[in-house]
Design a protein around this ligand. Structure first.
Ligand SMILES: Nc1nc2c(c(=O)[nH]1)N[C@H]1C(S)=C(S)[C@@H](COP(=O)(O)OP(=O)(O)OC[C@H]3O[C@@H](n4cnc5c(=O)[nH]c(N)nc54)[C@H](O)[C@@H]3O)O[C@H]1N2
Ligand SMILES: Nc1nc2c(c(=O)[nH]1)N[C@H]1C(S)=C(S)[C@@H](COP(=O)(O)OP(=O)(O)OC[C@H]3O[C@@H](n4cnc5c(=O)[nH]c(N)nc54)[C@H](O)[C@@H]3O)O[C@H]1N2
Ligand code: SF4
Ligand SMILES: [Mo]
Length: 865
């Protein structure tokens, strides 16, 4: 067997090291890299399932123009010529790039250099706008630089870990597990979770503050006041101090508790713990950033750390966790429209410096359009060409319908992607097939500023090419050959590293000039390393502000722009689930990742459910002023009354009307341009369809217009859950007519209708419907598709949805690592397993990545009641 290739997981910003080993069957097995300092060998379910995402099916393999396959040369020449014409006629502001925190640093650097350095407009923005931009503003205002002052070890060394707006148990699982371990070793360490809903992260919380949605600033502004009263700050220690303290002074305990709709005692406890802890870390993510006042919330958090000196020492600091694998790399190369490369800004000295370094006289001089604005400008026809790389804005941007309309009108839409079918790809004039994880080669930077290598271990499928290569080819055809003549990502990396140190002298936090002279071999062998990397070693964390002081940013707590009213009485919160990645282009096809949660759901408090006549597992329609979606109700006390939660992941590839962003408005933070994705006023309505069912088919299924459907990830077959208001028989007739299939049906009361279609003994289609979800054994149906030879008795059982053989239905998968289902776990509990440990010993569940432990505990509690 060959030596394993060491690489980095392409999902979340924890940035776990992995090893890819080829098995004898020629497949790849992905395991954690024990030497990587982010994870020391651990992986979460998504990382562990990476080997199952590597198959070339579903990949975009060839360049296309208007849906037709073309040669690379044709696609590149056409694209460059059209971009050139648009720039010549309408100026550089008429073109834009929309990039992604999932590009490698080298890809990102190349795209940014082309747009800001040579096309001469700053219209390159990224999906990090929807993700990290408020955090960037927070750090820049406080420290004068986008410098994250924490490392993962701080989490382990702290006395108090505060997780605000973070469901780390699902979104940063390996980091969360490090925290779990640390707390086990030092039980005196406290954990506070601040989140309007109770999440899996609350499992280890000593205190959960289920505050009113969007009210976090009240909590932290009040904390600043409290800290100052406990121990007054020295005069003029910080810039902005007087104003910040003045604003905070009007936020005493009772006012804060009212504002956040929390018990005063609970708020007091949190403040006291924060003040008394010698060391405290605050982890914050989308519950803070994705807000119309997200930047101020970030600064309210940083202010509290500054005010009591919980910064820049072990176990301390305001720690914004990055979401995407290379969100941090994007911030380094200047992927946001309001920054220049390597932490430079739109200031004359920086512009001149870049011009000199890049040898260009066309450096963009003013910030470009930020994501939501950019799509607005496309819709208005002001931007006439957009190149989308590594992101799926039709699904992930707010106000999805407007995004679609904008792209439909845009004269030139270029999409670089790895997936053949995406909601955004449908609007592309030109499609470029990019190399995916496992094929591409370069670097990424994780949440703690650690640069790691992603290394390739697979050949390029079809004609897919690296993103940096595609960008350079276009740049060359636009006439910038000299500046884009790289032959390998190492050359780009070294250029980027050199730029970071160029005339820096400690004035810019991001400096990796110590890596500027890496040879190809050294680059290939590069071990994970945290920046800065200079010849001087790691400097003391300092302020990069002109005054040399940190800034306390004055914050006046604000509530969300979204306000519930009589027509739209509930606030919709959106976010992630444990086993899916964003718009599901890579995780949605993996069977074991779909088994945990297999369709969009709406988590709703029992009081609200009762008010709207909604039953657990029943279907609901959700509507905002902008659009609607359909989901399965999950009635739960984890939700507070007045709020509901739906996952962000489902796209039009995976469901009809499953997209949360068709409801969310493009309301943004004025400083960061980050949308308020966590709050939307909605109403909900029970939907009792005529029938609910499940269809399995060998070939593509065409749905009747009124059928709602939810794609399942079942190997080898098309498999959907579905439901509709009109009878299913007519639709099934159109599906089966004229095919010469032998049909076997069963019908009865309550919309009960089952159908099997055979051709020469081979199962072609299986359909099961009833008034509510039919209880069928999926494993049995899937096995029947693989194994044609069923006896008449077995066919009969199959028609009933039962197992002809001994295929077990273990229920919803709880532990994805070992494929342990809910029914199996409940059976084990019934036979005496009374703890998570006992369940682990018997069934292995929870013994690998540990992210199902909260659910195991919930099952144990539920059965104990
Ligand atoms: N499994 C999985 N993991 C991922 C990703 C994925 O797609 N799937 N994506 C990655 C990316 S890009 C990102 S950005 C991260 C995001 O990581 P997280 O931010 O942890 O994930 P979210 O689920 O978006 O939101 C976090 C929490 O914010 C809470 N919240 C909502 N409103 C408020 C509020 O007003 N105040 C507070 N305090 N909390 C609130 C939500 O209830 C939710 O539990 O995850 C990364 N990891
Ligand atoms: N309502 C709501 N909306 C949200 C959020 C939320 O919490 N709620 N979260 C927001 C956040 S934090 C984020 S980060 C965004 C994420 O949203 P997106 O970035 O839109 O989501 P992805 O599915 O990761 O899109 C990545 C695309 O790039 C493709 N791709 C994968 N690898 C490569 C590659 O190497 N090269 C190229 N060229 N393409 C590749 C994938 O197939 C996919 O189409 O969603 C945002 N939208
Ligand atoms: S925690 Fe994040 S980086 Fe680590 S394996 Fe899971 S998804 Fe990958
Ligand atoms: Mo993100």
């Amino acid at each position: 067997m060959n030596a394993p290739v060491r690489s980095t997981c392409p999902y979340c910003g924890v940035g776990c090291g992995v090893e890819a080993r080829q098995t004898e069957a020629g497949l790849y097995e992905i395991t954690g890299d024990k030497r990587h300092p982010a994870n020391f060998g651990r992986l979460c379910v998504k990382g562990a399932a990476l080997g199952e995402t590597l198959a070339p099916d579903g990949r975009l393999l060839y360049p296309e123009i208007n849906g037709e396959r073309v040669e690379w040369d044709t696609a590149l020449a056409y694209t460059a010529q059209r971009l050139r014409t648009i720039v010549d006629e309408f100026g550089p502001q008429a073109v834009a790039f929309y990039a992604s925190g999932q590009l490698l640093t080298e890809d990102y650097y190349a795209a940014n250099k082309l747009m800001k350095g040579f096309i001469g407009s700053a219209n390159i923005d990224t999906n990090s706008r929807l993700c990290m931009s408020s955090a960037v503003v927070g750090y820049k205002r406080a420290f004068g630089a986008d410098a994250v002052p924490c490392s993962y070890e701080d989490l382990e060394q702290t006395d108090l870990a505060v997780l605000v707006g973070s469901n780390a148990a699902w979104a940063h699982p390996v980091l969360y597990q490090r925290l779990v371990q640390a707390k086990k070793l030092r039980p005196q360490m406290k954990v506070v979770v601040i989140d309007p809903r109770r999440t899996a992260t609350c499992d280890i919380a000593d205190l959960h503050l289920a505050l009113r949605p969007g009210s976090d600033a009240g909590l932290f502004v009040g904390l600043l006041n409290y800290l100052h009263l406990q121990q007054p700050l020295a005069a003029e220690q910080f810039d902005g101090q007087a104003e910040a303290l003045k604003l905070a002074a009007v936020w005493p305990l009772t006012k804060c508790a009212d504002f956040c709709q929390l018990e005063a005692d609970a708020v007091q406890t949190f403040w006291q713990w924060f003040a008394e802890a010698d060391r405290a870390v605050t982890l914050y993510t989308m519950g803070i950033n994705q807000s119309s006042s997200g930047s101020d919330k970030c600064n309210a958090i940083i202010n509290a750390h500054l005010a009591c000196g919980k910064l820049a020492r072990a176990g301390c600091g305001p720690f914004s966790l990055t979401g995407q694998p290379n969100a941090m790399g994007g911030r380094e190369v200047g992927g946001l429209a309001n920054q220049l490369a390597c932490h430079m800004n739109f200031e004359p000295a920086d512009i001149a410096r870049l011009g000199q370094f890049w040898g260009s006289e066309r450096i963009a001089e003013t910030p470009g359009l930020m994501a939501v604005e950019l799509f607005g400008a496309i819709g208005r026809g002001e931007v006439k060409a957009v190149w989308i790389m590594g992101t799926n804005p039709v699904v992930s941007l707010p106000d999805a319908l407007c995004v679609e309309q904008a792209l439909a009108k845009c004269p030139l839409v270029i999409v670089s992607d790895v997936a053949l079918q995406t909601d955004t790809g449908r609007y592309a004039n030109v499609r470029f097939p990019a190399l995916a994880w496992g094929e591409k080669n370069g670097t990424v930077t994780n949440s703690e500023r650690r640069i790691s290598r992603q290394r390739s271990f697979l050949p390029a499928p079809g004609e897919a090419r690296a993103d940096w290569w595609i960008v350079s080819q276009i740049a060359q055809r636009l006439g910038y050959s000299e500046a884009f003549s790289w032959r390998h990502p190492q050359e780009i990396f070294c250029e980027h590293a050199a730029l970071s140190g160029y005339e820096n002298h400690g004035s810019r936090a991001f400096d990796i000039s110590g890596l500027a002279n890496l040879s190809r071999e050294q680059y290939d062998a590069l071990e994970p390393v945290r920046w800065p990397v200079t010849s001087e070693g790691e400097p003391v964390f300092k302020s990069w502000r002109v005054s040399g002081k940190f800034q306390l940013v004055p914050v006046e707590p604000d509530l969300p722009q979204a306000v519930a009213d009589r027509c739209y009485p509930l606030i919709l919160n959106t976010g992630r689930i444990r086993d899916q990645w964003h718009t599901m282009t890579r995780t949605g096809g993996v069977a074991r990742l779909m088994q945990h949660i297999n369709m969009p759901f709406l988590e709703i408090h029992p009081d609200d459910a009762q008010r709207y006549g909604i039953q657990d597992a029943g279907l609901v329609r959700i509507a905002s002023r902008l659009g609607g979606m359909v989901a399965r109700a999950q009635v739960s006390l984890n939700q507070q009354a007045g709020s509901v939660f739906a996952p962000m992941h489902w796209s039009q590839q995976f469901a009809r009307k499953g997209q949360t962003n068709s409801l969310v408005a493009g309301v943004c933070d004025p400083h960061s341009g980050q949308p308020e994705s966590k709050q939307t006023a909605v109403r909900v309505q029970r939907w009792q369809p005529a029938w609910q069912g499940e269809i399995f088919a060998r070939d593509k299924v065409t749905f009747a217009q009124d059928v709602q459907w939810w794609r399942q990830a079942s190997p080898g077959v098309q498999h959907f859950l579905c439901a509709a208001d009109s009878a299913c028989v007519a639709w099934l007739e159109t599906l089966t007519a004229g095919r010469g299939w032998q049909l076997q049906t069963a019908c009865g009361d309550e919309q009960f209708y089952h159908l099997l279609a055979w051709r020469e003994g081979e199962l072609q289609l299986a359909f099961y419907a009833g008034k509510s979800w039919p209880q069928i054994n999926n494993g049995a149906v899937l096995a029947a598709f693989e194994n044609g030879s069923l006896t008449p008795a077995e066919r009969h059982l199959l028609l009933a949805g039962k197992a002809p053989g001994a295929v077990n239905d273990t229920g919803k998968t709880i532990c994805s690592c070992f494929g342990v289902g809910e029914k199996t776990i409940l059976a084990a509990i019934a036979t005496g397993c009374q703890s998570v440990t006992m369940l682990g010993e018997k069934l292995q569940c929870g013994t690998n990545c540990g992210s199902c432990i909260p659910e195991l505990r919930a099952l144990l509690t539920k059965t104990a009641d």
